[in-house]
Design a protein around this ligand. Structure first.
Ligand SMILES: *Cc1c(COP(=O)(O)O)cnc(C)c1O
Length: 351
């Protein structure tokens, strides 16, 4: 694959203070971009980061036919950039594309594009441990037409944003018993913008009541646990780790997959099944609920300090004692930093 590279004459790198790079605040100098028409992808190029020109009537804007991914490129002591299991992101992206009637991006083309932009932006990868260059592969429908059928043309791009460690204080959650993010058969399994827009209201209401985020429960009974905000969810009850089974309404988080694989490798008991809020309450009342945490690319682990369900409030133990979630966090960051041996070839080097 030939990628035409046009470099910027005005790098913004010198203006960035790498000790102060809040998640998503700065984008790097360049972006990868390619177009789809007549059944094929073409015009592979890297250009200076720039605005897109879109027809006001394009289907991405009118009908939200758009999908994205989020992943990290990191650089360890050996100075070689690495991607963590990019195959999982590529596979999920193409599942999202399938659901939204968008064309697939061939795996090899996708990986070459990820490597090309990472290679060119190597100086944008923060070097301090737990920092990363966040990559955002995105596909949007560009055809201008109000017809309620899929677009015939698309643009795919990958841009990058340097990010310092995304520390969050343990979060206070409330179960959502009115609004829903997704139902089996809906678009909850696809990483598509509309799922996010549709969830803003619920997050806003939760914050107004003094919570950080919501726990999504499955309609119509509002008993079965799905996710928290835009993260997957884990519980530790006794010596067993639990996470909801994918059922068509839950996004298949890459971090969720890393965690399940690490737990299995370490012979820690893990149950992937339907989980109900009532059994979490029972475990809490019996003194068996040890940990609850969210998983996602940005924070890796998001500790939970409280869960409010109706008029009951569950208080979780201090997160310093959270053995499982701290272990998982350290495994992922240690692997990326080159401190923990990459026994299963999870890291893809970018030469
Ligand atoms: C992106 C996302 C996640 C987390 O996925 P990761 O690959 O672990 O970052 C979880 N839930 C939803 C709804 C998401 O959109």
């Amino acid at each position: 694959m030939d990628i035409n590279i046009t470099k910027t004459e005005n790098s913004r790198l010198k203006d960035i203070d790498f000790n102060d790079i809040p998640f998503g605040k700065y984008t790097s100098d360049h972006m990868f971009i390619m177009d789809y028409a007549n059944g094929q992808w073409s015009d592979f190029r890297i250009v200076p980061y720039q605005s897109l020109q879109l027809d006001p009537q394009s289907k991405a804007l009118q009908y939200c036919q758009c999908i994205f991914e989020g992943m990290k490129a990191t650089i360890g002591a050996d100075g070689i950039p690495k991607l963590l299991r990019p195959d999982l992101n590529i596979e999920r992206f193409n599942c999202s594309a399938e659901r939204m009637c968008m064309p697939a991006v061939p795996d090899e083309l996708f990986l070459s594009a990820l490597k090309a932009i990472t290679r060119l932006e190597i100086n944008w990868i923060p070097k301090t441990e737990e920092s990363a260059l966040y990559l955002r592969p995105t596909m949007i429908a560009t055809e201008s037409s109000l017809g309620v059928v899929p677009s015939s043309t698309y643009t795919f791009y990958i841009y990058a944003a340097p990010a310092q460690p995304y520390f969050t204080a343990p979060v206070k959650l409330v179960t959502e018993q009115t609004l829903i993010r997704a139902v089996p058969g809906g678009t909850g399994e696809a990483k598509t913008g509309g799922n996010y827009a549709g969830s803003f209201k619920s997050g806003q209401l939760a914050r107004q009541k003094g919570f950080d985020q919501v726990i999504w429960l499955e309609s119509p009974h509002f008993k079965k646990i799905q996710e928290i905000g835009m993260m997957n969810l884990f519980f530790v009850i006794g010596d067993t780790v639990l996470t909801p089974e994918l059922n068509g309404a839950i996004l298949k988080g890459t971090t969720r997959t890393y965690f399940i694989d690490i737990l299995k490798q370490k012979d820690i008991k893990v149950e992937i099944r339907d989980i109900y809020i009532d059994e979490i309450l029972e475990a809490y009342q019996a003194g068996n609920l040890k940990e609850a945490f969210g998983s996602g690319t940005a924070a890796v682990v998001s500790h939970i300090s409280e869960i409010t369900h109706g008029d009951v409030c569950i208080t979780l133990p201090n997160t310093k004692e959270a053995e499982i979630s701290n272990m998982l966090y350290n495994e992922i960051n240690g692997l990326r930093a080159g401190i923990i041996e990459d026994k299963h070839n999870w890291l893809t080097p970018v030469y």
